[in-house]
Design a protein around this ligand. Structure first.
Ligand code: TYM
Length: 328
């Protein structure tokens, strides 16, 4: 059976980008495949969080995953740092990862520009750790958003390289997975680019109705089209892209027709969009509150997941050690 794996860094709360980029696909796949979903707490160390901070964020994200419908009876849910075999595979992959290719990764170059005081080796080798996350379970499909495409390329490259160096067909090449025919990019509503925590434009699954409305009403627009059927400039296209994700087709078509006829009233569109986002988030928000209150349950899920993931990871590491020439 094919294996599906996905992960997320525990930095704050889940936002609509995380949900529609990755979590939603995962929830759909968990019925059919062997599934692993993990919290990438080692990855988050690149920003040097405090211990309390890590503990809290991991717990928050675990509760939010569960609230989104990831089912511990079907999928293995675990915390990366509970599975030490990942760190061993990371070491092996790093031996075959070259400085030039790591330095060329766009997200690394962005970090170099944005935080010149903290360009650590963890940031540079981020793609090797991500590849280790994926390859440790020999995953075939990886639900991710568009922003992870380059990291996925690297993971495939490291898998191929390992196989070639040792003359084996051991690691499958992991494919990115999306429900639609192309990768999802949930836009920000602040004019350009994607929704993200570090972009400061995220709508979180736990946001209450008022917060959602405030964020949506603030979205950047323009003075409206003057030529029928005009192409939408990015800020407006982003609003429509969001509507396509959370609203019904009828709603989308209604506002799209208004736009094309130069009769659009952005205030109406935003009100509708805020309502639809809230309708989507409300039940999840309620489940997040219920699950967050149940520490014992969260702890049990993490422990059970750690055992299952470690067992699977140990098999891979034993094989890899043998292939490399170490004692299994
Ligand atoms: P992270 O924590 O930034 O995001 C988690 C998932 O959410 C998706 N995502 C989005 N998708 C569409 N539109 C958006 N605006 C948007 N924002 C976030 C991301 O694509 C991702 O799928 N490196 C990963 C975590 C990771 C991982 C892995 C993922 C570590 N190891 C192994 C898969 C497999 C990351 O930083 O995602």
């Amino acid at each position: 059976m094919e294996t599906v794996l996905s992960g997320i860094r525990p930095t704050g709360n889940l936002h609509l980008g995380n949900y529609f980029g990755a979590v939603r696909s995962f929830v759909k796949l968990q019925d059919e495949y062997e599934c692993f979903f993990f919290i990438a707490d080692w990855h988050s160390l690149t920003t040097h969080p405090r211990p309390d901070n890590i503990r809290q964020s991991v717990k928050t994200i675990l509760a939010e995953y569960l609230a989104c419908g990831i089912d511990p009876e079907k999928a293995t849910i675990y915390v990366q740092s509970d599975v030490r075999e990942v760190a061993e595979l990371y070491l092996y992959l790093n031996m075959n990862a070259y400085l030039g290719e790591l330095e060329r990764v766009t997200s690394f170059k962005d970090k170099v520009r944005k935080q010149p005081d903290n360009i650590n080796a963890g940031l540079l080798t981020y793609p090797s750790l991500m590849a280790a996350d994926i390859l440790i379970h020999k995953a075939n499909r990886v639900p991710v958003g568009k922003d992870q495409e380059q990291n996925m390329e690297m993971a495939r490259k490291f898998a191929r390289r390992f196989n070639t160096i040792y003359g084996v067909e051991y690691f499958p090449e992991p494919a990115s997975f999306h429900l639609a025919d192309r990768a999802v990019k949930v836009p920000g509503l602040d004019g350009s680019g994607k929704m993200g925590k570090s972009e400061g434009n995220a709508i979180y699954l736990i946001d209450d109705e008022k917060t959602i409305r405030k964020k949506v009403m603030k979205a950047v627009t323009d003075s409206g089209p003057t030529i029928p059927n005009a192409e939408k400039p990015e800020p407006v296209a982003n609003l429509f892209a969001m509507m396509e994700i959370v609203s019904t087709k009828d709603t989308y078509d209604h506002f799209n027709d208004k736009y094309n006829a130069c009769e659009i009233r952005y205030g109406d569109l935003k009100k509708q969009l805020a309502e639809d986002i809230n309708a989507f988030c409300a039940p999840i928000r309620k489940r997040i509150a219920d699950i967050t209150a149940d520490d014992a349950y969260i702890d049990k899920v993490a422990r059970t997941g750690a055992d299952k993931a470690s067992e699977n990871a140990a098999h891979t590491i034993n094989d890899v050690r043998r292939i490399i020439g170490f004692r299994p």
